[in-house]
Design a protein around this ligand. Structure first.
Ligand code: ADP
Ligand code: 5GP
Length: 194
């Protein structure tokens, strides 16, 4: 199983993913590669692999990425070697990626994938969350709000929709999705009776 989570910037994906992972040791966060400048509090190799544009382009040429996309003026990608390491460790990779990458991953992984679109409860709350995070300039916030309108247009490509209203309740709904998916006959692979 691979878990894909997409939602507009500010919907609460990072917060949601951290809370979800704290309770489920089977999940491993897929650390993306990005050219975005590091935010205060972020750690290279934990939140992202931060690289410059030349390095990013070199990695594209080397086919190091499963998918990559330009999002809000920066480049982001899922590195093949990161997914391979997680699979080898018997973990469930959890991808927090944008709609362009998400749609690519849906097409590549098909039935292995559990795809979830995370909605904010309202447009007003999305803007409040982007402003309350206090990590981005007004220009960056307005780009992200504009892009959010396009991004939700892709939500129908995702199997599950979760509204991140109350964090604990949203995480509980996500845990229910993972539980149900792990009971699928196709996820189990063979009969428990052998
Ligand atoms: P994303 O990763 O989707 O861009 P973040 O996780 O950075 O979003 O969250 C954006 C802001 O919203 C942060 O300040 C975070 O603390 C807040 N937030 C996240 N989830 C909730 C929630 N369920 N209720 C209220 N605030 C939230
Ligand atoms: P942020 O800059 O707020 O961390 O992330 C901005 C956007 O980039 C979010 O929508 C996030 O899901 C997306 N993103 C993060 N990593 C990847 C990735 O590896 N590939 C793609 N396509 N998008 C990503």
């Amino acid at each position: 199983m691979i878990v894909l989570i997409t939602g507009p910037s500010g919907a609460g994906k990072s917060t949601f993913v951290q809370s979800l992972m704290a309770d489920d040791p089977r999940l491993a966060f897929s650390i993306s590669t990005t050219t975005r400048p590091m935010r205060e509090g972020e750690v290279d190799g934990r939140d992202y692999d931060f690289v410059d544009e030349a390095t990013f382009k070199k990695l594209i040429a080397e086919d190091a990425f499963v998918e990559w996309a330009q999002v809000h003026d920066n480049y982001y990608a899922t590195r093949r070697s990161r997914l391979d390491e997680m699979a080898a460790a018997g973990k469930i990779p959890l991808l927090d990626i944008d709609v362009q990458g998400g749609v690519n991953v849906i097409d590549i992984y098909d039935s292995e994938l559990v795809s979830v679109f995370l909605f904010p409860p309202s447009w007003e709350e999305l803007e409040n969350r982007l402003r309350s995070r206090a990590t981005d300039s007004d220009d960056v916030i307005s780009t992200r709000l504009k892009n959010a309108r396009t991004e939700v247009g892709f939500a129908s490509r995702y199997q599950y929709w979760v509204v991140n209203d109350d964090l604990d309740q949203a995480v509980a709904r996500m845990k229910a999705i993972i539980l149900a998916e792990s009971c699928r006959s196709t996820a189990l692979g063979q009969s428990p009776l052998g």
